[in-house]
Design a protein around this ligand. Sequence first.
Ligand SMILES: [Zn+2]
Length: 281
Amino acid sequence: MGLFSDMEKFGLKNFKDAKVIDKDKPVDVDIAKLKPKAPEKNETDALFTKHYTCPVCDLKFVTRSIRAGRVKLLEKDIDLRPIYDIADPLKYDVITCDKCGYSSLSRYFGKISTRQMKELKESVGNNFKGIDNDKEVYTYDDAIERHKLALICSIVKNAKNGERAYTCLKLAWVIRGKRNTMDSKDPAFKELYLEEMECIKNAYDGFMLAISREPFPIAGMDENTLKYIMADMARKLKRYDESAKLLGSVITSKTTNNRLKEEALKLKEMLKSELKNNAGN
Ligand SMILES: [Zn+2]
C-alpha cells in the first residue's frame, strides 16, 4: 500500500505511486512516550481561527491554529519529536486551502514561484474535492491527511529535498502521535508503524541529499541538530554504520552544544546495546 493510496477521496488519484524522494533525479536548484491524555479534551482551549489568503487560488480561508503559550512542553522523543500536555501542536502545523488543496507546513506556506503556482493549480487545484477546515479540532487522521496533502504539493512544486524530507519527518511524527493513543495489539497499530517507517526512510534519504546540496540551516535546523536526528533515523532503519558515523560527527563537533552532546551520547549507548542484541540473535 502506497503512502498516498487513501488520497483519492480528495480527487488526487494520480499520486498513488508518487516518489517522495527521487535519488536519481538531478536536483532542481533554481527555486528557491508519554501517551497523550485524551488528545481532543481541552484542546479547543489552545486553538484559535486563523485567516489566510491562498497564494495559489487567491481565495481567503480559515484554519485552526495553536495559540502560543497555551500548551506546555512535557518531553521529547529520542528523535526530538516534542510532546505537549493538552494538545499536540504538530497536528496543526499544515495549512491547507479548503478550496484548491494547496497545503504546506507553516514554515513554507506561501513561498512559491509563478511556475509552481501553475503546477499546483493544474495537478492539485483542478482535481481537489475540498476539505473541512472549520472543524472544532483536528484529529490525528485529519492531521495525517493534511500532511500527505502537503507532501503531494511539495512533490508537485518540485520542492528542495530538505522541504520534502522535513514534511516526511513531520508526517512520521503525527502518525506516531496517533499510534501512541492506540493499543499496540490493535492490527492498525502495526500498519501505522510501517507507514511511519516509510516516512522515516524517505525523510532520511531526502535529508541525506539535502546536506550535500543545500546550505544550512535546513528546515530551520543547524548541521548538528539535523545530523543527530538523522542518526536516530538511521538507527531505526537499522543502518547502524551510518548512524554511528553521524553520531561521531555530532559528538566530536566543536559547535555542538552540551545538551545535544548529552543526547547524542545517550543515543550512542542505545545504538551499542541494539548492536549487541542483534549480534546475540
Ligand atoms: Zn487555494
